[in-house]
Design a protein. Sequence first.
Length: 403
Amino acid sequence: MIVTLRGVGLTTGGVALLATGFTFGYPELAILGATAVLAQLHALAYAALRPRLSVTRAVDPDRVARGEGSTVTLTVRNTGRFGAATLVAHDRCGPAHRPAAVPVPLLRLRPGRDTDVSYPVPTDRRGVVEVGPLQVTRRDPLGLVSVSRSHGDTARIWVYPRSHLMRAVPAGISRSLDGRLDRVPHGAITFDTLREYVIGDELRHVHWRTSAKVGELMVREHLDTSLPRLVVLLDDRAASWADRGPDGSAAFESACEAAASIVSAATREDLPITLHLVSGPAAGGSRIRGASRDLLDLLAEAELRDAPASTTDADGRTPDEPLVTATNRLRQHRPGDTLIYLTGTAGLGDLALVSGLKGSFPSVALGVLGPRTADEPQPAGVLLLRAEDGADFAAVWDGVARW
């Protein structure tokens, strides 16, 4: 509950008039002061009354590409029995670190009635947009007191980076059984893991012994080793992007577009793909339904992160540097046979570290996004994809003679 400046002035003046009237014997001043104090007490009681509202929220759609439309629809119902609710409401909408207030008019909402209010979600920037809860502000008629309360639930909208059409896909070290890729003339389908049954799975893949133990159907997930498995490593270290500013980095947004384009190309060809951020989070690794959505969700949530403060070793590198940790993790687990590393111009000095994964990954490609600079290094033994933005990266990708 907030007392407005008008309320503070009225209360202060009323107390002063009361004191002056009683002290010097002026009943008129005392009456004016008492009236002011009573008005303030009435305003406090009026604002303390909590309106009975039911708020439901619908988002359509909740996952869009940058620039596409998304709409939030609020249904506000006055569940009280007496009195119409005249309220000022604002819905919270925007990134968690920089939310905006969208006005929602609720004028004379009668008991038992509801009203629908829709507004477009800003999707001009990649990221996760938080909407809600609805902030309802109740003021007395004189504007002396203001009370804000939260109503309803919250929702999230994932704004994906734009993706550009890529016609080529890496062939890896082996071929697809259906004949699309033919670098190596043999392949196999092997057991990978167990997962919960989803509608559409073949019953012949159900592992009945495990299902009996856990009490629910478990399905054997097989890995087609004849298909190339792609691994995308996205550099989300703030120090790797020279153009980083208060509003982020345009080059990093281009790298996210490049990663989204690779995900779209792999999904179109039904190829397994895994996305890793240098900071640690990862998604993908299978071809089950909804896997591409997890990859794009991770791209929408990706943010530039500052490196932790640490001492350096004899080689001038921090032992717990995120890129060192990421490359060691990939070297140990090797989740694929084709690695694509995406970084900025400020991260050119670390290309040799990623190039060292050539022994673990038969095919390594280094994607550098951002304006071209003088004396850029040319790593040997790996494919360098140099582009200024996402669309340029797609063109350079398709220009590769043979993956």
